[in-house]
Design a protein around this ligand. Structure first.
Ligand code: ATP
Ligand code: MG
Length: 440
């Protein structure tokens, strides 16, 4: 089959291709790799109870690093062991109301929960390898709510009390925490602090969000509960894990991949679980697998196709997450072959070296650049140089002008640009618009 014919297989609509990969966000991977240690530690922390530091944990990572996947995994394990699971995301306002609704839904799903096997001494599954807690008795669904007039904190206290009486626990997970409304974040922080720390009730908390939280939520003086949570930064996958993550789904689905092709694909993953899934999916579909074995030529094509997908779904949104100042620094690095130091950046952008250093540290904490030592930094690839330079030359975002100058025109600033996690897009309406955000 010709190159363009193969590539068109990736673009055409047609019937949904069956693929053993999950090239989407929040999808469950066929093979979860590189997270055994985290899942083991987190699982045993939850099993130990409120006195364990992992009982309240915040997982941070760049886009596509697998945060939602970890939450899903922990939730599944907890639910299978009879915990009451409240699973929320903070990407849109109204989180506290949604927690209340989740309690009502948990009521229903808990009722229909079928607990397998012997309640005592069960293993919760292969990836955790530990029990999440002693399950001595299932809660009565009616135990969940005392009165509809109770506030959120009272509801959570009541639910946690009931769970404690029955020898089980409640797990509250909050995804997209970087997008949390400040007022709601502060209230939630106080409420959980009260329940878990002061009253010692069995309400476990696992949050997840982008690394930028380190400079926002984790610094806010009024969210001390979150600061005291165990914080864990998801590391990139190593090549051995990436090889397993690509080979296992292919083999499970009856396909095969040559050793050289596997090596090439795993190296191209560059530590990103999302990239792994997109490369694996593209290689599978381009090769007519499982009938045909995947070779290096197919992987080369798959990587080219994956670059575009990853750029669109990770690189560009990550670029838009940056402030104008940070964009200028990224453009400066990009125009110096991707690596530079604070002095050169300062000169290029028209700021002091101190400011440039501060911005570079900020970018490093957010996963945009990596430190090479001796004050040198290079782009990490989260935002490819091409994206930064493309946006720069099209006049969007960054500017080569000194960044201490006021914004040139009010046009860009007049947009709302709030990130909408579900739509995976920014709001394109005017700043201060009425009603809900919209991407078009
Ligand atoms: N450890 C892993 N091994 C293999 N695949 C993984 C792993 N973690 C996540 N994935 C896959 O990678 C993709 C992205 O994962 P996920 O949606 O959890 O990322 P995320 O960090 O939540 O991204 P975002 O910041 O955009 O919300 C999903 O398809 C998921 O199945
Ligand atoms: Mg996610």
């Amino acid at each position: 089959m010709r190159y363009d014919e193969r590539m068109s297989k990736l673009l055409g609509l047609g019937p949904p291709a069956s693929t053993p990969f999950s090239p989407h966000f929040g999808g469950t991977p066929n093979t979860l790799v590189g997270r055994d240690d985290l899942l083991g530690t987190l699982g045993s922390g939850l099993a130990t109870g409120p006195n364990d530091k992992w009982y309240t944990t915040i997982i941070m990572g760049v886009r596509g690093s697998g945060k939602t996947t970890i939450l899903n995994e922990i939730e599944d394990r907890a639910a299978a062991d009879g915990w009451v699971v409240l699973s929320l995301d903070a990407g849109t306002p109204g989180l506290l109301d949604r927690i209340a609704q989740a309690m009502a839904q948990a009521n229903r799903s808990y009722e229909s929960l079928e607990l397998e096997g012997d309640a005592r001494g069960r293993s919760v599954g292969k990836s955790l390898g530990v029990r999440l807690g002693p399950l001595e008795g299932k809660m009565e669904a009616t135990d969940f709510f005392e009165s509809p007039t109770m506030g959120l904190r009272e509801h959570l206290v009541f639910l946690a009390h009931q769970a404690m009486k029955q020898g089980t626990s409640v797990l509250l997970t909050v995804d997209e925490m970087h997008g949390i409304d400040r007022v709601e974040g502060r209230r939630l922080s106080n409420d959980i602090q009260h329940i878990t720390r002061r009253a010692g009730l069995p309400l476990a908390f696992v949050g997840a969000g982008l690394l930028e939280m380190k400079h926002t939520l984790m610094r806010d003086r009024k969210t001390t509960f979150f600061h005291r949570c165990e914080d864990y930064e998801l590391p990139p996958l190593d090549v051995v894990d990436a090889m397993k993550g690509i080979a296992a789904p292919i083999e499970d689905a009856g396909g095969s991949i040559s050793p050289d092709a596997l090596n090439l694909a795993a190296t191209a993953v560059k530590g990103s679980p999302y990239r792994l899934q997109v490369i694996g999916d593209a290689a599978w579909r381009l090769s007519d697998a499982p009938e045909t074995s995947i070779d290096t030529r197919i992987v080369e094509m798959a990587v080219t196709a994956a670059d575009e997908v990853v750029e669109k779904n990770i690189g560009i949104p990550a670029w838009h997450d940056l402030s104008e100042r940070e964009k200028s620094v990224v453009v400066s690095l990009a125009s110096q072959s991707g690596a530079s130091d604070a002095i050169k950046v300062a000169r290029d952008v028209g700021i002091s070296s101190r400011q440039a250093s501060g911005l570079l540290i900020h970018l490093r904490d957010g996963g945009y650049v990596t430190s090479l030592g001796n004050g040198n930094y290079e782009l990490s690839g989260l935002v490819p140089a091409k994206v930064a330079l493309g946006a720069h030359s099209s006049g969007e975002g960054s500017s080569a002008e000194p960044i201490h100058r006021p914004a040139a025109s009010g046009r860009a600033a007049a947009r709302c640009r709030k990130w909408m996690p579900r739509a995976r897009a920014y709001c394109s309406l005017r700043a201060g618009h009425a009603g809900r955000c919209r991407s078009r």
